[in-house]
Design a protein around this ligand. Structure first.
Ligand SMILES: Cc1cc2nc3c(=O)[nH]c(=O)nc-3n(C[C@H](O)[C@H](O)[C@H](O)COP(=O)(O)OP(=O)(O)OC[C@H]3O[C@@H](n4cnc5c(N)ncnc54)[C@H](O)[C@@H]3O)c2cc1C
Length: 621
């Protein structure tokens, strides 16, 4: 159960813009009752409760998913021409209609509202299938279900709202989510779209313009974020953001233009204008002023779709690369026998297995409880998988050589198989930008990572609080750290798996979680409230946490899959993944102590001030 918590971040020395952003997102934050596996890792704990043995789908749930997934797979293979969709920039209406007939617009919507009522794992498996085939279809269905109307409505909708809208969106009425504006990317505090209460008291009037609204040009209903009048909280005026369900055929809703991008050529994405749009009060989601919480909580689970789709894409790249590396002979051997190409293939296989394991582990928590707190797990999946997928597609292009860079159409015209790696690359690039860019994901994870410390010691450092309160907090913090800190130096052992090599890797995870917790604590002591500005340092801690989560998910799943099987190939994949992850972890730790961050920051400042004229000389301006 989520509860609100008091202000624990000192915003007194921040710029007005930064303070507004922090205060708004802090107010929208919820804190869960219990601690998840990943949250524990950042505090030096290695508690496998709930993750070991690796949670597997029940046979019944799997069978229910299978029936739908088979139909979806057939539809994709037989009716969805991903290259043609990319070339024309349109998903044919019959394909969309067929998807709707299969129930693909209502995968997670409960059956009583006309959906398929499948669980998160089955939804992720659908995203994986889609991601392996067509980025545009993935984006259509994912924006509709992961961030559009279904997910927030399932989580926060009133019974009337659910009865009114869920059957419509389940049967194929397309939905979208509109937060971004020209001046609002990662920072919602700057929002200018406003919803003013109408004199009748029963409705709001929305005015504003939303940018890059995926599905917006085809949607029947959109979740729109708008500022409602500020409220006085503790004597201070607080900005309010409210989420509204808006029907696009209401007077005043207008699609201004369709936006086009480097990839995802058939994205139905546009600029949507709202001019004096009257929205009934009953179309508010959750409550007035809770819009950001609706958005953040929706994304907590919604964020699992992208990494699932990335896992599908990565599998596809592996299949293509494997075949080509066997078939293509250069310098007297299939290119897969050359160590440089073999290295890419090994990394591709290991990272693909890891990303799928992370997603399935996080999804299993949501299967058990749709309100489960997976914000850290989902954010780590999103961050890690989107970055790994980008590297995988890039490597697949390198392995395919010139054919990787050539379009599918051109390959076909020369009589070769139209394998469009260049399309995958174009479609994949956006994944580290939308639904929380990698930088914002790292900041978000860092905030969660520091949360237990802020709860214990935040008040000590908060200069806005009276001295008496700070002194009391200091005593409390002293007693907490007097017990907690020495434990972080004790040896730790892993467990949860049978295979000896994987056991050793999990012991490394357990030990390293303590090293990570010590490192975070030492940095807090060293930098105090200024730690928030040390982004690169925080990001390295986040990177270590992400690798530890990936290693755990990988080992547990490999152990489960290998049970009762004679072959050890999946164990070797997991072992190789862990060996590589350990090197990346060591590198992050090394760079915490020794780096060129400050020198780099100075160079960036000089570049930003336009003083690197020599470096920029010799170009067409
Ligand atoms: C194809 C596409 C589809 C989209 N679909 C939707 C949609 O359906 N609905 C919707 O509401 N929005 C949508 N968006 C918007 C998308 O979510 C934003 O692009 C994203 O949030 C980033 O915002 P921005 O592009 O304005 O970047 P900015 O916020 O301006 O950031 C620019 C860069 O600075 C970095 N940065 C920003 N702040 C910080 C910081 N504090 N510290 C370090 N780095 C920072 C960012 O990570 C990024 O690299 C879509 C965008 C695209 C391109």
């Amino acid at each position: 159960m989520a509860i609100e918590e008091p202000e624990i971040i000192d915003t007194s020395k921040m710029s007005a813009g930064q303070r507004a952003a922090i205060e708004l997102t802090e107010a929208a934050r919820t804190t869960p009752g219990g601690k998840t596996f990943v949250a524990g890792l950042f505090m030096g704990e290695f508690n496998l409760d709930g993750v070991s043995p690796f949670p597997s789908q029940s046979a019944d749930d799997r069978a229910r998913g299978e029936a739908f997934l088979k139909k979806l797979e057939t539809l994709l293979r037989e009716k969805v021409d991903a290259d043609e969709i990319d070339r024309t920039g349109e998903i044919p209406q019959p394909v969309i209609d067929e998807m709707a007939r299969l129930g693909a617009f209502g995968i997670k919507i409960p059956t009583e509202y006309g959906g398929l009522g499948l669980h998160q794992t089955n939804y992720c498996r659908a995203a994986m299938l889609l991601g392996s085939w067509c980025g545009n279809s993935t984006a259509l269905l994912s924006a509709h279900q992961s961030i559009g109307v279904p997910q927030p409505l399932i989580l926060f909708g009133t019974e009337e709202q659910k009865k009114k809208y869920l059957p419509r969106v389940a049967h194929g009425e397309i939905s979208a989510f509109a937060l971004t504006e020209t001046g609002v990317g990662s920072d919602p505090a700057a929002m200018t779209t406003r919803a003013e209460p109408a004199p009748d008291g029963n409705s709001f009037i929305i005015n504003g313009e939303k940018l890059w609204c995926t599905n917006g040009t085809k949607a029947g209903v959109i979740v729109v974020m708008a500022k409602t009048p500020p409220k006085i909280v503790n004597g201070k005026s607080k900005e309010q953001i409210t989420a509204f369900i808006v029907e696009t055929n209401w007077p005043g809703v207008e699609v201004i233009c369709r936006c086009r991008f480097m990839g995802l050529k058939a994205l139905y994405n546009g600029v949507i204008r709202f001019k004096d749009v009257r929205v009934p009060r009953e179309n508010i989601l959750m409550a007035e002023g809770k819009g950001l919480r609706v958005a953040l909580t929706t994304l907590d689970t919604g964020r699992l779709t992208l990494p699932a789709a990335c896992a599908g894409l990565a599998k596809r790249c592996l299949e293509i690369s494997r075949k080509w590396a066997n078939e293509r002979v250069q310098w007297g051997a299939p290119i897969g026998r050359h160590a440089a190409i073999a290295d890419k293939i090994a990394r591709m296989a290991a990272n693909t297995f890891a990303m799928e394991s992370m997603v399935l582990l996080a999804a299993s928590h949501v299967d058990k409880d749709k309100h489960a707190d997976v914000r850290l797990e989902a954010a780590l999946c999103k961050l890690w998988a989107t970055e790994a997928a980008w590297e995988i597609v890039n490597d697949a292009m390198q392995i395919r050589g010139g054919r990787g860079y050539e379009t599918g159409e051109s390959l076909k015209s020369r009589g070769e198989t139209p394998i469009a790696i260049e399309r995958f690359l174009r479609d994949c690039r956006i994944n580290t930008i939308f639904e929380g860019s990698s930088e914002i994901m790292r900041l978000f994870i860092a905030r969660e990572m520091l949360d237990p410390h802020l709860k214990v010691a935040g008040a000590v450092l908060n200069s806005k609080l009276p001295m008496s309160q700070r002194s009391r907090a200091a005593v409390k913090a002293f007693w907490f750290y007097a017990r907690w800190y020495p434990v972080q130096w004790l040896p730790a052992i892993g467990g949860g798996v049978r295979n000896p090599a994987l056991k050793r890797h999990l012991s490394f995870v357990a030990r390293t979680a303590r090293r990570l917790a010590r490192g975070i604590f030492h940095s807090m002591v060293r930098y105090g409230p200024k730690l928030e500005r040390e982004q690169l340092l925080l990001f390295r801690f986040v990177n270590v946490g992400a690798e530890l989560f990936a290693m755990t998910a990988t080992c547990l799943r490999a152990d489960q899959l290998s049970e009762g099987r004679g072959d050890g190939e999946i164990l070797r994949v997991a072992d190789y993944f862990c060996k590589s992850a350990r090197l990346r972890i060591e590198e992050n730790f090394r760079h915490i102590g020794r780096n060129a961050d400050h020198a780099g920051y100075h160079v960036a400042r000089e570049a930003l001030e336009g003083r690197l004229t020599e470096v920029e000389r010799g170009i067409v301006e």
